[in-house]
Design a protein around this ligand. Structure first.
Ligand SMILES: [Zn+2]
Length: 183
């Protein structure tokens, strides 16, 4: 049987990354999102950064826009939201406003700043709110790190390899220059 984390990683690889690759060719960033059914882990929708259209169309926002454009979409509370990278202050609020209660994140804020050369997210949290990031547990949602949760699983070694494989794909993606606010 496929475990929850295996299903999440498979969805990132099969349903999100191909979409992101296409977006990058159009000058967008690597950040993306997915909504999965919380019971079956089937992908309901995937979205990817669309900053060439509008600088606030981050991967999570694109995912939310696509989700609510589906006629008869499921109740967000019956779904899980996957973010390839720890959401910025705008996106984490948008996810909360949308009614998603469970969020899974592949790369955390530190990875984003260091390995994806995107320190703006953390700078905004610090400059605007005086915090280091969003709380994992709050009245709106629970946010999990895929990597940390994977370490607790019986098949941790296999999951670690799958995560490393996905990370290599992300590292190979070349993003075009873009000017960010406040930098
Ligand atoms: Zn964002």
């Amino acid at each position: 049987m496929t475990t929850k984390i295996e299903s999440i990683l498979k969805a990132i690889k099969d349903d999100l990354i191909p979409l992101t690759k296409k977006g990058i060719e159009e000058g967008n960033h690597v950040f993306g999102g997915l909504v999965l059914d919380a019971k079956t882990f089937n992908t309901i929708v995937a979205g990817t950064n669309n900053r060439q259209m509008n600088p606030i169309f981050h991967g999570e926002i694109d995912t939310i826009l696509r989700f609510f454009s589906i006629k008869d979409h499921p109740d967000p509370s019956t779904c899980i939201f996957i973010a390839s990278h720890d959401p910025c202050s705008m996106c984490i609020s948008a996810i909360a406003w949308s009614g998603f209660k469970e969020i899974w994140v592949l790369f955390d804020y530190e990875d984003v700043a260091k390995e994806f050369e995107m320190p703006v997210d953390l700078t905004m949290y610090k400059e605007i709110y005086g915090v280091e990031g969003a709380k994992d547990n709050n009245a709106f949602f629970k946010k999990y790190s895929i990597r940390h949760e994977a370490e607790k699983e019986p098949d941790a070694k296999i999951l670690e390899e799958k995560i490393a494989e996905i990370k290599d794909i992300y590292s190979s993606l070349r993003v075009k220059d873009f000017s960010y606010p406040g930098m």
